[in-house]
Design a protein around this ligand. Structure first.
Ligand code: S3P
Length: 455
């Protein structure tokens, strides 16, 4: 397992850099192109491990997914997916390994719920501890046959391995009206994917709007889906069940860009630009938080890509103030709360983050892990059941040794905070960064950071 040693910055971060393509959109492009008729082309595909887990799971069900070597090499990320229509999947020989990716496991559960074969979904140590009742519950209530392992502490919840299907001959998934207690794009997407196969409509509602990439892509593929605020209706009654193959270029990942942009916002004299970043409003909560805090940020719209708005984003350092973060902003910043804590650590006054209890069931318990990370750097903070209270501070941070807990976003947040240390800091177990941003260390180095890999 690789550790990294991050040295304090001796010059500002400056430059314009690329980020990997959006992980969430990448998963959806793979899943939906697999269900289309014919060959789809995905460009700018990220080879982040989470997206690769989805690709490999689809391959294990008979899909032909080719990596196309272009003159720019495999990193250019052109892949071709030959879809076999809604009923083109075949039974996998082994358990489907979703790696660290909750999105792979939960979206696949929705898709597999309608198949006439059984499949088993497993993942790494972190994923095997993540709650699955949130997707299993609604799918079962429309007739899916799914089993999991009883959760040892949360009564009624289920853990992987999940055994999904087979849907018995003569049975089909039924109509479903479901009001989700959590704002979760994974739950929403699992329900919608199952809805493609249902005999009857799907009506889904969530407390506040979570990322809407699935809705956008299904709509673009001609699936009869309508949205109104946080409500969705998918009524396949008059639909022929066919989706045409498509070409899609995946926008840059705002969640990856966030680490570089915040690094610029908290390190004196820095200025960093990232181009072609997805700016879908269901993903830009962090940028709104940063603006409230007074951070230097400019977003120049660059049109649309894959039915998603994109923009060029520049961030620079200027004084920050503490704010209150909560409500509908939280699902729109759900993966960025750890790096928002880095902004809070440098703001004058107190930042309070509420309504973020979902963070307790991410790749790690991100409330507890972030509290430990902040304290290790000498930042005063208090853990709340649903968030954190953080006292911002000036001056160099205490050098620290941070355990990433195998959580990519914790590892990257710690690396960013370490740029402000009074001496070198070590972040242990950083292989996890490759799940979403394989070139993170190289990109920070290109901006001027000094980071050594250590065994
Ligand atoms: C994702 C949804 C979010 C997010 C995750 C990716 C997706 O999870 O945290 O990293 O691609 O649908 P929840 O839907 O569980 O909030």
């Amino acid at each position: 397992m690789t550790d990294i040693v991050v040295h304090p910055l001796d010059k500002p971060l400056v430059g314009s850099v690329p980020v990997p393509s959006d992980k969430s959109i990448g998963h959806r492009a793979l899943l939906l192109s697999s269900l289309c008729e014919g060959k789809s082309k995905i460009t700018g595909f990220s080879y982040g491990e989470d997206n690769v887990s989805t690709a490999n799971a689809m391959r294990a069900m008979g899909l032909v997914i080719d990596d196309v070597a272009t003159s720019a090499g495999k990193a250019a990320g052109e892949i071709h997916v030959t879809g076999g229509g809604l009923f083109g999947l075949r039974a996998p020989n082994d358990a489907l390994d979703c790696g660290n990716s909750g999105t792979t496991m939960r979206l696949l559960t929705g898709l597999l719920a309608a198949q006439r074969f059984a499949s088993t979904l497993v993942g790494d140590a972190s994923l095997m501890k993540r709650p699955m009742k949130r997707v299993v519950g609604p799918l079962r209530s429309r007739g899916a046959v799914i089993d999991g392992k009883p959760h040892p502490t949360k009564e009624g919840d289920l853990l992987p391995p999940l055994v999904v299907g087979p849907l018995p001959e003569g049975k089909h998934l039924e109509a479903l009206e479901y009001e989700s207690p959590v704002s979760s794009a994974q739950v929403k997407s699992a329900v919608l994917l199952s809805g493609l196969y249902a005999h009857g409509g799907t009506w889904f509602k969530e407390p506040t709007l979570s990322r809407d990439h699935t809705e956008r892509m299904l709509h673009a593929l001609g699936v009869p889906l309508r949205t109104m605020g946080t409500m969705i209706e998918l009524d396949p009654g008059n639909w022929d069940g066919k989706m045409p193959a498509f070409d899609v270029a995946i926008p840059g990942d705002a969640s990856a860009a966030a680490f570089l942009l915040v690094a610029a916002q908290i390190t004196p004299g820095s200025r960093v630009t990232v181009r072609g970043v997805g700016t879908n409003p269901t993903r830009t909560g962090l940028f709104e938080i940063a603006r409230h805090m007074g951070a230097g940020l400019e977003i120049v719209p660059q049109g649309d890509q894959a039915g998603e708005p994109i923009g060029e984003i520049t961030a620079w350092s200027q004084p920050l103030r503490g704010v209150l973060v909560g409500g509908e902003l939280v699902p729109r910043a759900i993966d960025e709360i750890p790096i928002a804590c880095a902004l809070a650590a440098r703001a004058s006054g107190t930042t309070t983050i509420r309504d973020a209890e979902e963070l307790r069931v991410k790749e790690s318990d991100r409330i507890a892990t972030m509290a430990a990370v902040l304290r290790a750097f000498g930042v005063t903070c208090e853990e709340l059941p649903d968030g954190l209270v953080i006292e911002g501070r000036e001056g160099p941070l205490q050098p620290a040794e941070i355990a990433s807990k195998g959580d990519h976003r914790i590892a990257m947040t710690a690396a960013v905070l370490a740029l402000l240390g009074s001496g070198p800091s070590r972040v242990t177990d950083c292989d996890c960064i490759a799940t979403s941003f394989p070139r993170f260390v190289g990109t920070l180095r290109a901006l001027g950071a000094r980071i050594d890999a250590a065994e």
